[in-house]
Design a binder for this molecule. Structure first.
Ligand code: AMP
Length: 441
């Protein structure tokens, strides 16, 4: 064999190792956790249906300008947390950091103002924020949210709060509190912002670095800073409730009266402002206290009225109100509370087979059983009857249907009661009927 000359040896570029882990702040939702997600989403969807909401899906990617204009240029979300990039065609786009701005865009784009008002929509899906990942805070997380467009009545604010509350109750979340405030409108808020800025300027030395920066850009956000020293300053700040215009005052009063009527327990929280620019009047969050001894509270979800958003986006005067909760936070809450949900992956019957002819018969029988709405498990890759019966036990199956070589030739099936171990031979054409009869017992 001729010796290879040096120049004939092709140097392959060394492949970089693939990092076998999720991107920072993102996580897999494994099958073992899915039952709890299904529980949360099914209950939420069912209640939204009952309340007359219809589902909407919108793209994950939107033009960045939508969030800049809708959510607000000076908000943390837009300033620091968006996953933004330019497409090959030069469009500036962002992964959605929240759902409301996109739904508002869809309302305008699809001419929903011509539909019967109010338009009630709900959505679920991934949101993306470039935040510092920590327990309960991810870079990809999931919102379940709902919005009502085209009705400015305070009863609608109360209905949204009521639905949010009811969803958590149905899901089984305990220790809930509704925190509520009004942040006024474009008439009364500027005046309050000036008062607040004057107050904070006098205390500037007592503020954290972030709040000093926020003071000129977004003074309302100083009220909900979680730094101890800022919280102390906030506790004596002027309260917006005392500076609402007549209409906002009446709107808030009426909303609270509706909540009283619905017997919903709420806490007036004058420091609750929410982090997004589009809110007007009612803002609220649903908090849940942790079961640890400190009784710490975390926000499961939040929402409020946003009467100016559709107008800001160019869609005219359409009042609106909405709410969204973080599914991961609720999952965590349910898991820590050790709620008992049926999380076992069970199958009513299990197909056991031996040999190739039996496998073919088993495949056909599997199809007949699922068409007859019998939940059925199988392990077609396994050869031994013993190992397949073990799996049947793991699925808590009531019956095993065994097709051995003899049965495959005879056109019969052995039906085995997994609890008593009693076995009976029946003909293939009678199996489905017999299984259904026995399951009914
Ligand atoms: P927001 O849109 O910021 O009001 O968020 C509404 C809810 O989404 C919060 O109450 C949380 O439950 C959830 N949430 C917000 N940001 C994150 C995040 N980075 N990771 C997980 N959940 C989040």
């Amino acid at each position: 064999m001729p010796r290879l000359k040096k120049q004939n040896i092709i140097k392959r570029p060394r492949k970089r190792a693939i990092p076998l882990q999720t991107v920072k702040g993102m996580r897999d939702i494994l099958p073992t956790e899915q039952f709890i997600w299904e529980h949360i989403l099914n209950k939420s969807k069912k209640l939204c249906d009952d309340f007359g909401f219809r589902k909407i899906d919108i793209p994950i990617l939107e033009y960045s300008e939508l969030f800049k204009r809708g959510v607000g240029q000076t908000t943390d979300i837009v300033e620091k947390e968006m996953f933004s990039f330019e497409t090959r065609g030069g469009d500036k786009v962002s992964l959605r950091p929240e759902g409301t701005a996109g739904i508002a865009r869809a309302y305008i784009q699809n001419g929903m103002s011509r539909w019967t008002q109010p338009v009630k929509l709900y959505q679920e899906g991934s949101m993306f924020r470039y935040e510092n990942p920590q327990e309960g805070r991810y870079r990809e997380f999931h919102h379940f949210g709902f919005e009502i467009f085209g009705d400015g009545c305070p009863a609608i604010d109360a209905q949204v709060i009521y639905l949010a509350w009811k969803i958590f109750q149905k899901i089984g979340v305990k220790n809930l509190a509704i925190q509520i405030n009004s942040i006024g409108c474009s008439e009364c808020r500027p005046n309050y912002k000036n008062l607040l800025t004057d107050y904070y300027e006098m205390k500037i030395n007592k503020l954290c670095v972030d709040c000093r920066k926020r003071l000129t850009k977004n003074p309302l956000r100083l009220l909900d800073c979680k730094e101890d020293k800022c919280m102390q300053v906030a506790s004596s700040a002027p309260q917006i409730i005392d500076h609402l215009c007549g209409d906002c005052h009446d709107h808030f009063k009426n909303t609270l009266e509706f909540l009283d009527e619905l017997e919903l327990p709420y806490v007036l929280n004058s420091n609750l402002v929410r982090g997004l620019d589009y809110y007007t009047r009612t803002v609220f969050e649903i908090w849940s206290s942790d079961s640890d001894s400190l009784g710490r509270q975390s926000s499961l979800g939040g929402g409020g009225r946003y009467d100016d958003l559709i107008g800001v986006l160019g869609g005219g005067d359409v009042p609106a109100v909405g709410f969204a909760f973080g599914v991961e936070r609720v999952v965590k809450k349910l898991l820590s509370g050790k709620i008992s949900l049926d999380k076992k992956n069970t199958k009513q019957v299990f197909l056991v087979q031996l040999g190739d002819t039996a496998k073919k018969k088993a495949l056909k029988l599997f199809d007949k059983l699922i068409d007859s709405k019998v939940s059925v498990g199988e392990s077609l890759g396994r050869g031994s009857i013993k190992s397949q019966l073990k799996i049947a036990n793991r699925f808590s199956s009531k019956f095993a249907l065994i097709i051995g070589q003899k049965e495959a030739l005879d056109g019969t099936v052995i039906i085995r009661d997994m609890e008593s171990g009693i076995q009976e031979v029946i003909t293939m054409d009678k199996v489905v009927g017999e299984v259904k009869r026995r399951l009914k017992k």
